[in-house]
Each structure stands twice: as C-alpha cells, then as structure tokens.
Design a protein around this ligand. Structure first.
Ligand code: MN
Length: 321
C-alpha cells in the first residue's frame, strides 16, 4: 500500500528533491543518482541536494557533477529522502523537510519514520534495491547508466555480496543490472582497485594502533586528527578502514575511532555474528544495522574508547554471544 502511494505521489509530482545523508557512501550516492537520473529521464524537474562532496571514486556515475548544496528553503511537490535513518543525518539539507511532502525510503532498522510516507524495509540489502523497485514500477527504462548507479549502491552496501543482508533477490536484481549493460570487472576496478595513496598510508597508521579486548573478541583501531593531517588524508580516505580490524579470525566486534575535530570522535562499529552493534550505537545517539553502525561522541580518543568498550562488553554479555 505504501509502495503504491509513493508511486502515485511521484507520478503526481513535478518538482522533486532527492536528499541523502552527510558523509555519503556508495548506497546513498548510487541510489540517489539512480533515482535522480530516472526522474530526469521522465521529464521531472528534479534536484539532488547533498551536504558533502561525492567521493572521488564515484565520480564516474552519471550526473555525479550535478549535485546541489543545500541553500535557502524551497518548496517541492515531493522531497524524497534515501538511505537516511534520521533527519539529523541530513545535515543542512534537513531544511527541505519542513513544509514539504516527505517520502522516506530506507533500509536502516533504526529508521524513525520521519516522512509523510515511509518505505522502510530492513530486509533490503541497500536503499538501491528499493529504488530499483520504484524505477521498475514507474516504467522508466533502466539504461546502463542508471544500472551502474544501482549496482554501486548494492555492491557497496553488501560488502561485495559478502554480508548477511545479501539475498537471492539481491542477485536477481544484480543479474538484471548486468543484462542492462553493467560491466562487473570495470565496476570493481573503479570502486575497489582504486585506493588513494593517502588512504594506503592511513591504513598503515590505523593498523599500528590495533588493540584487542574481551579475550580478543573485540578489536579496536584509531586515528587522530594529527595522523589524518600527517597522511594528508581526507574523510573519504578513512572509509572502509574499519575492515582491517574486522577481518581478523577471532574478532566478533570491531571498533574504529576517528577524531574528526578536537574533542569529537566518530565511532564505526562492525560485527560478524550475533552482536548487535546498532544497539551500541543507539546508546550514544547513533544508529545503523545489526552488523554495521556508527555514532559520534565528545571526548578524546581514549575517553571515547573506554565508553564504547564498556558498551560493547555489555552487548557481548547479553545472551550467549
Ligand atoms: Mn544503505
């Protein structure tokens, strides 16, 4: 029912804004650009408004150069928010939510349903899967460029089809995208075999900080502002670095602490089996999924580390993990 209402609302709307979260990732960029390109293709007056730059590696996606920064409030027939669990993650773009009709399309289990219409499906591997369904239902031809956007959304949010959110349906969708002309090895080269030199230096620094806790079940790595500066690295270079701490045999929960400004630490959390890192993140005002979540806390890296470790210990002790 919600799905049909969303389709009807999109059909009835001409001026549409597509929004997504700050510090964009492959899913937010891919799903947003897919919808932006599809709506443009059927003649809508559509904007893709985003607080931050599109990460360099996604620059090959169609219309990546057409993002707009949030500015003055503007009226739209519909504002579609993708991959965003709460309105705070929209940063300055959240000004377009007030006095506009909001369609919230997401797959985060922590989503607090802030839209007038909410399509929140935690069983979808990526917001890109939900956008795929929308574009199909809207009868817009899925060309190679739109398919590349959706492929990017899905391949990144499933960790290259390795995470438990990957379903047979995920692969059916991907099969369709390949039929539409997506070149899988070229996509891999662009998205994965493409680390900056700065990121590689940062990985080295992060690994040097590696520590184990809770009988080696928890791993923790960190980066300070000073190290980020020394490596001449950008925020985007830190993306994916947490995998270094997660991909260790004994580890169930991985923590990545990154000082983003003096006295403010961004925390990334990953788990492999039953530990719910989203529950840990929510304790500190963040959110996410069962196996991937994040939050931001005031304090030094050491202070934040202690708080997070305590919360992770509780989560590990809950039930029989
Ligand atoms: Mn996502």
């Amino acid at each position: 029912m919600i799905f049909k209402s969303i389709i009807d609302k999109i059909k009835d709307s001409n001026k549409i804004a597509v929004l997504s979260h700050v510090m964009p990732d492959g899913d937010s960029i891919g799903s947003s650009l897919a919808l932006y390109n599809a709506l443009k293709k059927c003649g809508k007056d559509v904007r893709f408004i985003l607080d931050d730059d599109i990460p360099r590696k996604y620059g090959f996606l169609k219309s990546s150069g057409e993002i707009q920064r949030p500015g003055q409030f503007e009226s739209f027939d519909a504002v579609i928010v993708l991959d965003c669990g709460d309105t705070e993650r929209l940063g300055n773009s959240s000004i377009y939510l007030n006095n506009n009709y909001v369609i919230n399309i997401d797959h985060h289990m922590s989503n607090n349903k802030y839209g007038d219409l909410n399509m929140v499906n935690k069983d979808s591997a990526a917001a890109g899967e939900l956008v795929y369904d929308l574009i199909k239902e809207l009868d817009i031809v899925m060309d190679r460029e739109i398919s590349e956007c959706l492929y990017t959304a899905i391949v990144t949010d499933t960790g290259q089809f390795q995470y438990s959110n990957t379903t047979s349906r995920t692969h059916l969708i991907i099969g369709d995208l390949i039929n539409n002309g997506v070149n899988v090895s070229l996509m891999s080269e662009r998205i994965y075999q493409n680390n900056s030199k700065e990121k590689t230096v940062l990985m080295n620094m992060a690994l040097s900080s590696l520590e184990f806790f809770h009988n080696d079940v928890t791993s923790c790595i960190s980066l300070t502002l000073e190290q980020m500066k020394e490596a001449n690295a950008s925020d985007e270079d830190s993306d994916g670095i947490i995998n270094l701490a997660r991909d260790i045999e004994c580890v169930e929960v991985a923590i990545f602490l990154r000082e983003v400004e003096p006295g403010v630490v961004k925390v990334g959390l990953r788990s492999k089996k039953k530990a719910d890192v989203s529950a840990v993140a929510v304790l500190f005002g963040g959110g996410g999924h069962l196996h991937a979540a994040g939050c931001t806390l005031p304090g030094t890296v050491d202070e934040v580390k202690k708080k997070i470790l305590d919360a992770v210990a509780e989560e590990l002790n809950r039930g029989e993990l």
